[in-house]
Ligand binder design. Structure first.
Ligand SMILES: NC(=O)c1ccc[n+]([C@@H]2O[C@H](COP(=O)([O-])OP(=O)(O)OC[C@H]3O[C@@H](n4cnc5c(N)ncnc54)[C@H](OP(=O)(O)O)[C@@H]3O)[C@@H](O)[C@H]2O)c1
Length: 173
């Protein structure tokens, strides 16, 4: 599935202690610092998302990023976005970028985790009830953690959370 000239593929996700990422079409909770972290890391790059994740964005396409939506639906439903029919086609639109970011959701992460080179994980230190969407199991033997930044809950963040950066061992060996 990986083509020549494809840039490194990064997955960025906020997940709870049981790898849950969403419930009823929405994120698990509102963590303003995580949104800032997401914006800082992805701005200026291509972001690839599944159709349901696009539908969950409150203001549609994300500014200052090349938005690529994967869907079998009509392209005119996704203003400001490039529409792709497959992960391969989405990646073909990222050839001039230095990183392609997969930003969700569950279906997209399941397809692209085997292709990923970098993971930006926000681990929310809580187990949410009534969740319905999950990040796939991460095989820790395949990944080297290169960044860990712990944050305590505060008045605007109801849970402790940790920003983790992991790189695929096979690309550094
Ligand atoms: N915690 C986080 O960081 C995070 C990030 C993003 C999203 N989320 C959450 O995740 C949930 C949405 O995830 P989801 O799994 O339900 O949906 P999704 O992956 O966002 O979208 C699924 C849809 O995208 C298209 N699609 C996805 N992968 C495809 C593939 N490999 N090939 C062809 N088409 C593909 C299909 O669209 P068509 O049906 O139109 O063909 C499919 O129905 C929401 O709750 C959202 O809030 C959480």
């Amino acid at each position: 599935m990986r083509q020549e000239h494809t840039p490194p593929i990064a997955l960025i996700v906020a997940l709870d202690e049981q790898n849950a990422i969403g419930s009823n079409g929405s994120l698990l909770c509102h963590l303003p610092n995580d949104l800032k972290h997401f914006k800082r890391i992805t701005s200026g790059h291509a972001v690839i998302m599944g159709r349901k994740t696009y539908e969950s964005l409150p203001k549609g396409a994300l500014p200052n990023r090349t938005n690529i939506v994967i869907t079998s639906g009509a392209a005119e439903n996704y203003p400001g976005c490039t529409v792709a029919r497959s992960v391969e086609e989405a990646l073909s639109h990222c050839k001039n970028d230095d990183t392609a970011f997969v930003i969700g959701g569950g279906m997209m992460y399941r397809t692209t985790l085997p292709l990923a080179d970098i993971l930006y994980l926000t681990r929310i230190h809580h187990s949410f009830p009534d969740v319905d969407t999950f990040f796939p199991e991460i095989d820790c033997r395949e990944w080297k953690m290169i960044g860990e930044e712990k944050h305590r809950a505060d008045e605007t963040h109801p849970y402790d959370y940790t920003f983790l950066t992991c790189i695929k061992k096979s690309i550094i060996q």
